[in-house]
Design a protein around this ligand. Structure first.
Ligand code: HEM
Length: 391
């Protein structure tokens, strides 16, 4: 179904997503595979989203971050091809599964320690006790930064992404203070690691030479993007995956009995409950998608959430089936596909494995309904209390 009808500004913000994503994303698909609402164009079908992802010269990511780039250039998200390729050629191998293997034991110890802290108490809050801390520990570990800096890092992140990423173009005082704190911190460690490299990703980037060598401003832009893209996304996803397991005992039992099912479960959970459901682009020229003419310089949202739930693509578009995982776009696609997807998947797997190593019988307390924070930047749960049998 395609339509060119114009809907009102704020159509997305009024979607009923907080209570029920099936209803919410169906609402977003309803007007068609490509439509305009206010000054924004939405592409909602799998094919339309893939078309935009495969044509980055028409659907620019760099332009979508023009305003923020005046403050800090988010590398490599705010860079278009062909320049973009130089960064990914260097970065992709640094975040490949083999490289994550190198830090897996340390990550496992970190999440185990977080779980041990409440394992004998019979209750926890997954968001507060695990999901807020573990992704930051993972990035500090990847970059070779001291874990003692966790709380300081969490405070900066909280101030920075308390609002939407787009707001960083016109930062509040609190955001500015946090950004300057983070910049100063990264700069100090860049200097330290240039003088004294370690066995970590930051040192690997700083040791590049010749045409591959990076300026400090590029390293800062990457560090800043990792904070914006690699923390609250994983925090949100840990909350959602544990929510799905707590709500579905049969699913939980199946995964505990056969850990090989953890991987397809993670894919299905991330397909249906994704933290970054829309990715922004700006058109560089007039383009037609599914009969809709989109002028040059238009803001286009690629709705990954609806593309993931296309009825034509599976017979269970809105439900988890670990025997039949559906391919999804929750990590994006095309040149800007998520750089941290292997790390994110590993963090999710380690959380589930270590949780189930200690706690297998758990549920959401009666009377509590998990609420997705919406509208806002990243879709996430503020809280996920669990009660469990101490084993
Ligand atoms: C479940 C967790 C995550 C989800 C759902 C997610 C989702 C995404 C999506 C949808 C994109 C594409 C953005 C676009 O096309 O505009 C993206 C890009 C990116 N992500 Fe992730 N992400 C996650 C975790 C991470 C982590 C842990 C890191 C860092 C270690 C990370 C780093 C990045 C970077 C650097 C990009 C930009 C890539 C480029 O422009 O070439 N992400 N992510």
């Amino acid at each position: 179904m395609t339509t060119t009808s114009e809907l009102k500004q704020g159509y997305y913000d009024s979607a009923p997503i907080a209570d029920n994503r099936t209803t919410g994303w169906n609402y977003m698909r309803k007007p068609g595979s490509a439509y305009q609402a206010g000054d924004t164009y939405y592409l909602t079908s799998y094919d339309a989203v893939r078309y935009a992802q495969r044509n980055p010269e028409i659907f620019s990511s760099a332009k979508a971050f023009d305003a923020i780039s005046a403050v800090v250039k988010l590398i490599p998200l705010a860079v278009d091809p062909p320049e973009h390729k130089r960064y990914r050629r260097i970065l992709d191998p640094m975040l490949a599964p083999k490289m994550i293997d190198r830090i897996e034991d340390r990550l496992r110890d970190q999440v185990r320690e977080l779980i041990d802290a409440f394992a004998t108490t019979g209750r926890c809050d997954v968001v507060q006790d695990i999901a807020l801390k573990f992704p930051t520990q993972a990035i500090l570990t990847l970059f070779g930064l001291p874990l003692e800096d966790l709380q300081q890092f969490l405070d900066w992140v909280d101030a920075l992404i308390g609002g939407a990423v787009a707001e960083l173009a016109a930062p509040s005082e609190a955001q500015m203070t946090a950004a300057l704190g983070l910049f100063g911190y990264l700069q100090t460690h860049i200097e330290r690691k240039r003088a004294n490299p370690g066995d970590d990703m930051l040192s690997d980037i700083l040791s590049l030479s010749g045409d591959d060598a990076w300026e400090d401003s590029e390293v800062l832009g990457l560090g800043f993007l990792f904070v914006l893209a690699g923390l609250d996304t994983v925090t949100a996803t840990i909350g959602f995956t544990m929510m799905n397991l707590a709500e579905n005992e049969q699913l939980r039992r199946a995964i505990i009995a056969d850990p090989d099912l953890i991987a397809p479960f993670i894919e299905e959970s991330v397909r249906l409950e994704l933290p970054a459901p829309l990715t922004p682009r700006i058109t560089t020229e007039e383009v037609e998608v599914d009969g809709l003419t989109i002028p040059a310089d238009s803001r286009v949202m690629l709705v990954l959430a609806t593309a993931n739930r296309e009825p034509e693509n599976s017979d269970h578009p809105d439900t988890i089936d670990i025997e039949d995982p559906v391919s999804h776009l929750s990590f994006g696609g095309g040149v800007h596909r998520c750089l941290g997807s292997h790390l994110a998947r590993r963090e999710l797997r380690l959380t589930i494995e270590e949780f189930h190593a200690r706690i297998t019988d758990y549920h959401i307390p009666e009377g509590f309904t998990p609420q997705v924070v919406f509208p806002g930047g990243t879709l996430h749960l503020d809280s996920l209390p669990l009660e469990f049998t101490v084993e």
